[in-house]
Design a protein around this ligand. Sequence first.
Ligand code: GFB
Length: 318
Amino acid sequence: MNQQARIFVAGHRGMVGSALVRQLTAAGYPNVVTRSHAELDLTDQAAVQRFFETERIDVVLLAAARVGGILANATRPAEFIYQNLVIEANVIHAAYRAQVERLVFFGSSCIYPKQCPQPIREEYLLTSPLEPTNDAYAIAKIAGVKLCDAYNRQYNTQYVALMPTNLYGPNDNYDLTSSHVLPALLRKAHEARLGGAASLTVWGSGTPRREFLHVDDLAAATLFMLEHNVTEGLFNVGVGEDLSIRELAECICKVVGFEGELVFDASKPDGTPRKLLDVSRLAQMGWHATIGLEEGIAATYREFVELHAGSSAAALQA
Ligand code: GFB
């Protein structure tokens, strides 16, 4: 990729977008273009078209999305399907109209069927029904994959779709009603430790298995794809290993130093039983994740304490 390329990171204040900006800046790309939501509402088609007509963008990294954990997905499906469909359609179409040749669209491993053979290969997409707790979000993300594919076929664009597994890292959402499991358990363990609680509540049975990728690894994979001139297709991005939610909770408690008991709340949904990605497509090209889970959780916890816990950080050091 041309070092002077004007690279629009859509969603730069989110976890993925901010990791992309850090990665591009560290790699010496000087022309990273960003817009806050107040400056550019990506659900406003006319505003998105005006932006692309005036900004001469070369590369788009489409990380703007409505995202959330299992409960947010299950209870607010209309917001998840509507906002994601509109953002994707507006950005991809306006990028094509402005002759943007390269675009990376970010989806999620929940696009694959609920009962998928494991590990999940890219070609298992649309082979059987989706997980109901996140089917609205998944359909929107599948539409994004198909938009890229259709524009490539009809207009010779070079739009690529990356499907990361469950992500974590800096700038994650720690709101317990809308977050994903890893930040939720990190916060719960932190508060349980500081409050001297005897137990910590984990949603569901603890038996579902998940794979976790540090968002800096996703940003590294994205730059790898851009620099290796990958021009089309769907690519899983993960670490190639998973663990149960119980094991994740135990690992988080160890990092945080909470020694109480785990209590499982069966009234909350388990969701997909397992979604381990087959990452051999990227591995064959030479890319592997490098941040181990315990190491990544420890770094994320330090950031959480510094940014979110305020005065309790001092208590933790004591
Ligand atoms: O991360 P998570 O919310 O989403 O939940 P998904 C993963 C598993 O962790 C589920 C359990 O089995 C949850 O029941 N869990 C245990 C918890 N304790 C907690 C907790 O305190 N908070 C949360 N949030 N979960 C999402 C999709 O699925 O994954 C999205 O809904 C997206 O569409 C995202 O694809 C990556 O992994 O089940």
